[in-house]
Write a protein that binds this ligand. Structure first.
Ligand code: FE2
Length: 202
């Protein structure tokens, strides 16, 4: 069994003008696709070839000899999750269980946005900013390079890719403008709510 590049949940121009179809084309067809291709090459001849991507990530996270497999597997997973966490016509104020949890765990939606944006602006170099559940409490997590909350037993609800390849064609060095557009126009809160509801049932 090999790891497959999942389809995008929308057309490549669906998130424009906040994420252009040109960015989507490079990001999905070149970067995401390349992680899948490299991962499948690295898995050849190992005992992980028939494992799920989540199992591969958890199995390799603390093994420096398998850092290449970890990095590519985590990047495949992170990008798939990032695509699902955006939706045309979304962003802005959340509704449902995630809205209540943000209110109780961050004090207000505005506080959450300040913390999330500061994390995004403060991440040095490549990485990801996450909204995660830890012991049923929301938190913001920064990960460097390919690192991912699922390798550390946390439940991610939403992420933004802050590698330059995610925004440079559209925003150049203006990461803050990209974060602003992501927060106001793209966050798929329904997806975060689905994870919260599934998590409660497990
Ligand atoms: Fe990326």
């Amino acid at each position: 069994m090999s790891i497959i590049l999942p389809d995008l949940p929308y057309k490549k121009d669906a998130l424009a003008p906040y994420v252009s179809s040109r960015t989507m084309d490079f990001h999905y067809e070149k970067h995401h696709h390349a992680y899948v291709t490299k991962l499948n090459k690295l898995l050849e001849g190992t005992d992980m070839a028939d494992k799920t991507i989540e199992d591969i990530i958890k199995k390799t996270v603390n093994n420096t000899d398998q850092i290449g497999i970890f990095n590519n597997a985590a990047q495949v997973w992170n990008h798939t999750f990032y695509w699902k966490g955006m939706k045309p016509g979304c962003g802005g104020l959340p509704t449902g269980p995630i809205a209540d949890k943000i209110e109780s765990d961050f004090g207000s939606y505005d506080n959450f946005i300040i913390e999330f944006k500061n994390a995004g602006l403060g991440q040095f170099g490549s990485g990801w900013i996450w909204l995660v559940l830890k012991n049923n409490t929301l938190g913001i997590m920064k990960t460097s390079n390919a690192d991912t909350p699922i390798a550390h037993g946390l439940t991610p609800l939403m992420t933004v890719d802050v590698w330059e390849h995610a925004y440079y064609l559209d925003y150049q060095n203006r990461r803050g403008d990209y974060l602003e557009a992501f927060i106001k126009n793209l966050i798929n809160w329904e997806f975060a709510n689905e994870i919260i509801l599934t998590n409660k049932g497990s």
